[in-house]
Design a protein around this ligand. Structure first.
Ligand code: HEC
Ligand code: HEC
Length: 222
């Protein structure tokens, strides 16, 4: 009897965990704001399809009650590299990026950070597990897809691509170390600014006055 029971229980538990993790969550983003400082709502879903992990995000800049068909539609498909896609919410067809994804996504999927109090306890558990998944990817490079329209995935040019060389950051934000998180560049300044100001980075300890000054100069283009 036990011989059958154990694998059956494992399957049931696995399926339950998968359906828990792969059902979408809606958060108010701590990081993203509309141009006039209003909240941005993200519905995020992780799932497996055809042996690939797919992250999708529906995004509203006009409140939670905006009809779903008008929410932006974005995906990151994880293969050897990460494919970034934006879809026309009406037709489901791939369209021009509304903004260069690399500005904020320098290393594939981003850890999810809900605004204080925007989700319940179960969703907090789910966010922690999804964020653990995101950290375990280590270095994620992006596949550059044929460009649609004007907006590139990543800005070209020497100034936009100048690397951040602060040793406190390059310990993890480099190309080769274990769980490396990818070199940061000047075009990532908005995100760097958010992560440092909210004290998410560096993960341990705080920055010295000189390190802070170096970062300010880097973000201002010196
Ligand atoms: C201004 C910064 C910014 C830009 C630009 C941006 N994203 Fe994101 N994105 C985020 C943040 C931050 C999250 C994590 C959710 C949260 O905390 O709001 C995220 C999450 C996602 C997710 C859900 C999976 C994950 O990474 O957590 C997808 C899919 C996604 N973005 C796709 C895209 C695509 C495709 C583009 C380019 C068209 C893009 N994003 C541009 C900031 C950005
Ligand atoms: C101990 C390793 C470590 C150090 C040191 C570190 N980071 Fe990070 N950083 C991470 C990890 C892991 C993530 C992704 C998970 C997260 O967002 O918490 C990340 C995420 C980021 C992101 C968002 C882009 C991304 O990769 O998801 C920025 C920007 C960033 N860090 C900036 C910095 C800056 C600036 C410093 C130096 C002041 C720094 N980090 C130091 C490990 C580190």
């Amino acid at each position: 009897m036990m011989k059958f029971l154990v694998p059956v229980m494992v399957i049931i538990m696995g399926t339950t965990l998968y359906s828990f993790l792969s059902s979408p969550i809606v958060i108010e983003s701590a990081e993203s704001r509309t141009v006039d400082g209003k909240p941005v709502f993200n519905e995020i879903q992780w799932k497996m399809s055809g042996g690939k992990e797919i992250w999708t995000m529906r995004q509203s800049h006009a409140g939670k009650t905006l009809p779903k068909k008008n929410w932006d539609s974005l995906s990151i498909v994880m293969e050897d590299k990460a494919k970034f896609l934006q879809f026309d919410p009406a037709t489901g067809k791939r369209m021009e990026y509304k903004v260069s994804c690399f500005m904020c996504h320098s290393n594939g999927p981003r850890a999810i950070r809900p605004a204080e109090g925007s989700i319940g306890v179960l969703d907090q558990v789910k966010v922690s597990l999804l964020n653990l998944r995101i950290k375990l990817y280590g270095r994620v490079k992006a596949e550059i897809l044929p460009q649609i329209g004007e907006t590139p995935f990543r800005h070209e040019g020497k100034i936009s691509n100048a690397p951040l060389e602060l040793p406190r950051c390059t310990k993890c934000h480099n190309e080769t170390s274990f769980f490396a998180r990818g070199t940061l560049t000047r075009q990532n300044s908005l995100t760097i600014n958010f992560m440092v100001n909210k004290e998410h980075m560096p993960p341990l300890g705080s920055l010295s006055f000189r390190e802070r000054q170096y970062l300010e100069n880097f973000m201002n283009g010196f």
